[in-house]
Design a binder for this molecule. Structure first.
Ligand SMILES: [Zn+2]
Length: 165
């Protein structure tokens, strides 16, 4: 892959946590003013963040950022799985993807897999969150090695993760 932006190179080596990324416009736009409950997934907005649990009586219906992305088909992250090893062990790789999603979304309702689709011998997994896409790539890499590439869009609101083996 050719890299035009030298900053992009550097960025790969800096392990930034989710919090240090710029604010996701979907998150900002999707932030309710008070207690809320998402009509699509049932996540509850409380003390400034979305979480799983019982909605309070004062909670008003408000679509969470993840469900908004699902409705608008606007993923934050895309993970592309490809290669011969992948083709031969597809169901195992998919189990890693599902496992990461379960683990992350249990604590963070906004981190979900949106869809998986075939793309010329590869599999593309779209996610509602940048962090989850990267976690999936890292999980595949630590379980099966292979080649991992993480590229953020210039505005850093989207990420493309390529894993191949
Ligand atoms: Zn929701």
């Amino acid at each position: 892959m050719k890299r035009r932006d030298p900053r992009q190179r550097q960025r790969r080596h800096i392990d930034r946590s989710f919090d240090t990324l710029k604010h996701d416009p979907y998150l900002e736009r999707g932030k309710p003013r008070g207690p809320a409950v998402c009509p699509d997934c049932g996540a509850v907005f409380r003390r400034g963040r979305w979480q799983w649990g019982e909605a309070s009586e004062r909670a008003t219906p408000h679509l969470c950022a993840a469900c908004r992305r699902v409705r608008e088909r606007a993923p934050a992250g895309t993970v592309r799985l490809s290669g011969e090893f992948f083709a031969a062990h597809r169901s195992e790789m998919l189990a890693v993807v599902r496992n990461e999603e379960r683990r992350e979304s249990r604590l963070h309702p906004l981190q979900r897999v949106m869809a998986t689709r075939e793309a010329r011998g590869a599999l593309e997994v779209s996610t509602t969150d940048l962090h989850l896409a990267r976690r999936i790539g890292e999980a595949l890499c630590s379980a099966y090695h292979g080649r991992l590439q993480v590229r953020y869009s210039p505005d850093e609101y989207r990420v493309r993760v390529n894993w191949s083996r």
